[in-house]
Write a protein that binds this ligand. Structure first.
Ligand code: SF4
Length: 199
């Protein structure tokens, strides 16, 4: 247990783009779905990213002093055992830490899996379902309107959530990363940047 590892794409701390208040955000690596228009294609491969010790990541989260933790991806529930250990560690040290998890799987499917259930026990808000490009209606917190916000505790309510999509592009070397759910304008900017990189 102490030597559990999680394969992640990256993480950041102190963002306000993926839920209320200041949040630590983790993008896990690996997803089997191939949603049309996925904005996280670099996180689909199971070979990419880096394996990070769960104990080390928990320490980073606790040190950050952020109010909440958002886990996205990739598909978090494909690494449910490691995430359950991570959440057990951070929630036992800071019970008030609000946990939001995005999954391409549906809540009903997750309930059938014992490892996923352990993660759900520590989750305050689950946003479930795959991304359907045709149903992207620009609403806050969700990529498309089929995705549900399922409040699993009293930590958050719908009123706590931002009214509009928030996102941010971070540039490093000759690459960029996006935090949040992109608006149409951000998607256009990302596609332009990708095109410029290919030229
Ligand atoms: S579930 Fe999410 S990460 Fe996976 S392909 Fe769909 S949009 Fe991309």
């Amino acid at each position: 247990m102490e030597h559990a590892f999680l394969r992640i794409g990256w993480y950041t701390q102190g963002t306000d783009c993926l839920g209320p208040d200041s949040r630590f955000a983790i993008w896990v690596q690996g997803c089997r779905k191939r949603c049309k228009g996925c904005i996280a294609q670099s996180l689909q491969s199971f070979d990419g990213g880096q394996a990070i010790s769960v104990a080390e990541l928990a320490e980073e989260i606790l040190k950050s002093g952020t109010d909440g933790l958002t886990i996205s991806g990739g598909e978090p529930f494909l690494q449910a055992d490691a995430i359950a250990i991570l959440l057990e560690k951070v929630k036992s040290a800071r019970h008030e830490l609000g946990v939001i998890i995005y999954s391409g799987m549906k809540y009903e499917e997750l309930l059938e899996d014992s490892s996923a259930q352990k993660v759900l026990d520590y989750t305050d808000l689950l946003i479930d379902g795959e991304y359907i490009q045709e149903l992207d209606d620009n609403r806050a917190m969700r990529g498309s309107s089929n995705q549900r916000m399922i409040f699993l505790s009293s930590r958050y309510t719908a009123e706590d959530m931002p009214e509009k999509r928030k996102n941010k592009l971070i540039f490093y070397d000759d690459k960029f990363r996006m935090i949040g759910i992109p608006t149409e304008e951000t998607k256009r900017a990302m596609s332009l940047l990708r095109k410029q990189r290919e030229d």
